[in-house]
Structure formats: structure tokens, C-alpha cells
Design a protein around this ligand. Structure first.
Ligand code: ATP
Ligand code: MG
Length: 574
């Protein structure tokens, strides 16, 4: 299937952006800024745009967060309540002597207090750095150390298990606030504090990258990022105020903050927050019972739903769902088509990174989906495919279909303003007037972008450049394959040969017959130059906690090399 054309669902609102090309011609970031309130005197504050703006008006009683506890409890917070509580949290920080530019780390499960603390921190003008609660003590110590955290918001259990052992290594940390031990009362007792008149260039967020290719970097973002969060929420995810939106990412990853807190609230929607971890039946229940209209998730989760089988999906009423999007890893065509067939709507892949702060390239509602493509650059985003010479010279590739590095013209509001403590590394990301993303891609004749691989993961074999994604996608078309990770293994003649690590779906045995069948299957689809020469069966692939395949670990293990930073490895220390 080359293109999936979409029909408007009955009763669905008309898209915010009916014509991408026209929007790309007419859009200016200044226009998007005018969609927001702003603060008196030219200031801008993310939390003001996310909650106070709605709380003051007719939408104050609208539910902002509908929280689903993992044991069945449900808590709703309206915009007015969220505005008040976050204002009190800002008041609490002020009383503790925490002010502008101080860094507040959050290490909690997805509980309502996390959202109150996140927004309150931003109102105070302090810098929010959310950490994933499954991190072990070492990654926590490293990040709080880099960020010179002054405050940590966590839970009693997480503190005991993970922070107490490293507490004496955190000299900058002055306050620990426990969400389940007194915080609610402290917040209730604090006076509501007016939002600081932050400027658009004031630091707001410190997000660590996923650590897929190496040691995580601390990307710094400013309050102006909210302009991009809001605009992309509207244009790429098509958020309308009456939507029920579910972003499945944890705020410990950038997706869970940009699109799990900020963008949806600035659009005035009701967002569902599920405290529980992934389980296929639970997720379908959440989608159906909460009547989710817009859903933002990730390829690993989608593939796990596929593994659980279509019958489970068909047992739930998903008729409210109007738009489903995916990010974080390449989404194989098979998964896009599965969505169209089983859920009744294709997944819309989009591309961005911690550094870009928000969606840059996407399959937007106005665009027919080409399964396997990331879509097109959003309004206000100028993307290109560039080649970088050994001398560091950057040239844009104009012919369609040619692979090169994906690059962006700096200037969008949610662009990172530095890697904390690594200025040289930050500077190295920019050359020839471009921000170089470190990802390889190509653009087709119609302007759709296709992901090839991370520059670090690309395989050079017998003169060919092979992107792991293409090989993995072909293997995933085989009915027995649940997951595939592909690397290059050094070879005396070819330079490298392609090796695939494959996890099977339930009910398939790891036999030599199946291995030969898969080798032949891939060869038929990809040709002998690109198809894997070796396949190893594995129970699981090494992944980051946010679900990305860590091909560098597959390589290190294969070659007996040191594993490097594994702080974000799933199943690692916790
Ligand atoms: P690190 O930079 O520490 O190695 P990371 O790059 O995985 O980790 P993130 O910023 O969370 O950290 O992820 C961004 C990266 O994820 C992108 O640069 C790209 O490689 C990959 N990615 C995100 N979305 C997509 C997508 N739709 N298709 C393909 N790859 C994607
Ligand atoms: Mg990266």
C-alpha cells in the first residue's frame, strides 16, 4: 500500500490545518505567538499559557487532567483547580527560597502532584527537569549533579530506594518534597503566588536525551518553546478544545512533557493520564472507556498491540478515536497499515528529538499517509537533506531520493539553547547555517521525508549504505516476527555485513528452518546487497526505557566491546 487516503470521521471537527502547503507559505512564528496570551510587558511563561489562560475564562471548569490510578482510582482536575494548585506550589517554592533559574527535579510516578509541581515550577520561573521514575540511583545522581538541582520532588518509596543511597553526593540539593508525605498539605497551606514575568528567552526546561547512542545530554529549553508546543499541538496533532487526548509517554521523556503536559493544556483539551504501565487490554479499555479522540504513542507500544492480536482491539469500541500519531522511533509501514485495518485509522508517524523540543516533520491530518514516511516539515520548519564533507563543508542535496543528514534551519522557538555543561558539543551541531540532527533521511519528489537511520547506526557494506530501519521493516512484514534490530558486523571483504536480531511472536519456535525462511524472505524483499546475512533469535532486544532499540548495545555485545552508558537501558538498575 503506497498511500492511505483518509476519510473524515462522521462528527469529527474540521482539521485545524486543511492545507499544509498553504499553511507552509503563510505561517509565521509571530502569528503563532499571537495565538497565545503573553504576559504584561512582553513576558511569556509556559504555565500561564497552559493553565491560567483557560482558568480565568469560561473554560475554568473544563477538566484539564483526568487521572487514572493504577488501582482504579480516578481524579479530575479542572483548569481552575490546576491553576490554583500550581500557583500555590509556586508559593511554596518561593517560601523555600527557590527562585528564577533554580533547577527543580521531579522523580515521581505519573501522579497528579507531578503535574501540579511541573506547572508550579514554571510559574515560579524555576527550571523543570523531569526524570523517569524507573531510573536507578546512579543515573539520578548523574543528572541531578549535571543540573545542580536545588529541589527534588519525589515519593517516599522512591526516595528511600534510590535517593537516600546517593544523598550525600548531591551537595546542591536543598529540599526534597515528597508527593505522598505532606506535599499536598504544604501546597494547600501555601499562598497562591503570581506567575513570574519570565521572558521568552528564560530557561524553563532541562531534558535529558534518551541515551540511545551514548551518554545522555541535557538539552536546555526556554519559555518561548511554548509557542511551538502550542502550534504543533494544533497543527500536527490537530488538537481541538473538546478533544480527549492521551499521550502515553512519561514526562521523564521530552514527549511526555511537550505533549503530555504543555501542548495539550495550551490547547484547552482534557488529557488522560494513566499511572499504569503498558498492558494491551488496559490500553484498549482506556481508549474506549475514556472516549479518547486523539492518541499519541510510540512504535514499540504499537508493535506490542499488534503482537497481542487484532481480536483484542475489535472487542472495544474505538469509534471516538479520530487521530492516532506515533513518535520516537521509525514506524514500520506494516504498523501504519495495521492501524488502518484494525483500528480504522492509520498511525501518523512524526519526527522530532529532545533538541527540537517539538514536532518538526509529520504526517499531518491534511496529508495522505505514505506508510513508512515521517511526513513533511510543519509550517515554520525549514528542513533539508545535507551532505557534510570530511572538511565539515555542508551542501544541501537537491535531487530527490538521495540519502544524507537531516538538517533544520535554526530559528524555531523550541530549539534547544545548549547542552548543559557541553558547549563545544552544542556548537558542533551547527554548520553552514543548519542544525545537523545526526539522523540520516531522504526526501522524495513530493517532499515526503523517509528515515534511514541514525548516523551512528548506518551500515556500510560492499559500497552500499544500508539503513537498519529498511531491513527491520522488511523482517517485520513476516508473520512470525515481533521485533527486529539490525547492525553491521565487520567483515574482511565487504567491510561490514548485515546481521539481524529477531524476536518472534508467541507460538513460533526458533528453528533453523525459520531462520532460513526469514533469510530468504528478506532477500526476496531487499535484494542480496541489503538483506541480512545472519539472523540471531533473541527473546528481547535491548531498549531504552522509552522504548528505543539500542543498536549500539547489540553491536557492543556482538563484538565483545564495552557497553558504555547503560543508564537508560530498560531492565537496568532500578
Ligand atoms: P541520544 O541522543 O541520547 O542518543 P535519542 O536520540 O534517542 O538519544 P531522543 O531525543 O529522545 O533521544 O530521540 C530522538 C531521536 O529518535 C531522533 O533523533 C531519531 O533518531 C529518533 N526518532 C524520533 N522520532 C522518529 C521517527 N518518527 N522516525 C524515526 N526516528 C525517530
Ligand atoms: Mg539524539
Amino acid at each position: 500500500m503506497d498511500v492511505i487516503r483518509k476519510a473524515q470521521r462522521p462528527g469529527a471537527p474540521s482539521p485545524n490545518m486543511p492545507d499544509l502547503e498553504r499553511a507552509r507559505r503563510e505561517f509565521r512564528w509571530d502569528t503563532a505567538r499571537a495565538w497565545l496570551d503573553g504576559l504584561p510587558g512582553g513576558g511569556l511563561n509556559i504555565a500561564h499559557e497552559a493553565v491560567d489562560r483557560h482558568a480565568a475564562g469560561a473554560r475554568g471548569d473544563h477538566v484539564a487532567i483526568r487521572w487514572l490510578g493504577k488501582h482504579g482510582a480516578v481524579v479530575e482536575l479542572t483548569y481552575a483547580e490546576l491553576a490554583e494548585r500550581s500557583g500555590r506550589f509556586a508559593g511554596l517554592l518561593a517560601a523555600l527560597g527557590v527562585g528564577r533559574g533554580d533547577v527543580v527535579f521531579a522523580l515521581t510516578p505519573r501522579v497528579p502532584e507531578l503535574y501540579v509541581a511541573a506547572l508550579g515550577t514554571l510559574k515560579r520561573g524555576a527550571v523543570l527537569s523531569p526524570l523517569f521514575s524507573a531510573f536507578g540511583p546512579e543515573p539520578i545522581a548523574a543528572r541531578i549533579g549535571i543540573g545542580r538541582g536545588k529541589v527534588l520532588v519525589t515519593s517516599a518509596a522512591l526516595y528511600q530506594k534510590k535517593v537516600a543511597p546517593i544523598r550525600d553526593r548531591l551537595p546542591t540539593l536543598e529540599h526534597v518534597l515528597l508527593v505522598d508525605d505532606g506535599l499536598a498539605q504544604q501546597v494547600a497551606d501555601a499562598p497562591v503566588r503570581a506567575t513570574e514575568p519570565t521572558s521568552p528567552d528564560d530557561l524553563a526546561l532541562l531534558h535529558f536525551t534518551s541515551g540511545t547512542t551514548g551518554k545522555p545530554k541535557g538539552a536546555m529549553h526556554v519559555h518561548a518553546a511554548v509557542i511551538a508546543h502550542h502550534a504543533t499541538g494544533k497543527l500536527a496533532l490537530d488538537l481541538h478544545p473538546d478533544d480527549i487526548f492521551w499521550c502515553t509517554a512519561d514526562p521523564g521523556w521530552v514527549t511526555g512533557t511537550s505533549y503530555g503536559i504543555i501542548a495539550p493544556l495550551t490547547c484547552g483539551v482534557t488529557m488522560v493520564v494513566d499511572e499504569a504501565e503498558f498492558a494491551a487490554d488496559r490500553w484498549y479499555r482506556v481508549l474506549a472507556e475514556e472516549r479518547v479522540t486523539v492518541w499519541y504513542t510510540a512504535p514499540t507500544a504499537i508493535r506490542m498491540l499488534m503482537k497481542a492480536g487484532p481480536e483484542l482491539a475489535r472487542g472495544h469500541d474505538l469509534s471516538r478515536l479520530r487521530f492516532a500519531a506515533s513518535v520516537g522511533e521509525p514506524l514500520n509501514p506494516e504498523a501504519v497499515i495495521w492501524g488502518a485495518e484494525v483500528l480504522g485509522l492509520p498511525f501518523h508517524d512524526n519526527w522530532w528529538q529532545t533538541e527540537t523540543g517539538g514536532i518538526m516533520i509529520g504526517n499531518v491530518p491534511a496529508l495522505d499517509v505514505r506508510p513508512g514516511s515521517m511526513g513533511k516539515p510543519l509550517p515554520g520548519v525549514e528542513a533539508g537533506i545535507v551532505q557534510v564533507s570530511d572538511e565539515g563543508e555542508v551542501t544541501e542535496v537537491s535531487e530527490p531520493g538521495v540519502e544524507g543528514q537531516l538538517a533544520l534551519r535554526p530559528g524555531w522557538p523550541s530549539m534547544f539553547r545548549g547542552y548543559l555543561g557541553e558547549e563545544a558539543r552544542y556548537q558542533k551541531c551547527f554548520a553552514g547555517g543548519w542544525y545537523l540532527t545526526g539522523d540520516l533521511a531522504r526526501k522524495d519528489a513530493d517532499g515526503y521525508y523517509w528515515f534511514v537511520g541514525r548516523a551512528d547506526d548506518v551500515i556500510k557494506s560492499a559500497g552500499h549504505l544500508i539503513g537498519p530501519f529498511e531491513v527491520e521493516s522488511a523482517l517485520l512484514e513476516h508473520p512470525a516476527v515481533a521485533e527486529a534490530g539490525v547492525i553491521g558486523v565487520p567483515h574482511p571483504v565487504a567491510g561490514a555485513i548485515v546481521k539481524a536480531f529477531v524476536a518472534l511472536k508467541p507460538g513460533h519456535a526458533t528453528t533453523d528452518e525459520l531462520r532460513s525462511e526469514l533469510l530468504g524472505f528478506a532477500r526476496k524483499r531487499l535484494g542480496p546487497a541489503v538483506a541480512p546475512r545472519e539472523i540471531a533469535f533473541v527473546a528481547d532486544l535491548p531498549r531504552t526505557r522509552s522504548g528505543k532499540i539500542m543498536r549500539r548495545l547489540l553491536r557492543a555485545r556482538e563484538l565483545g566491546l564495552p557497553e558504555g552508558d547503560t543508564s537508560t537501558l530498560e531492565g537496568g538498575a532500578s
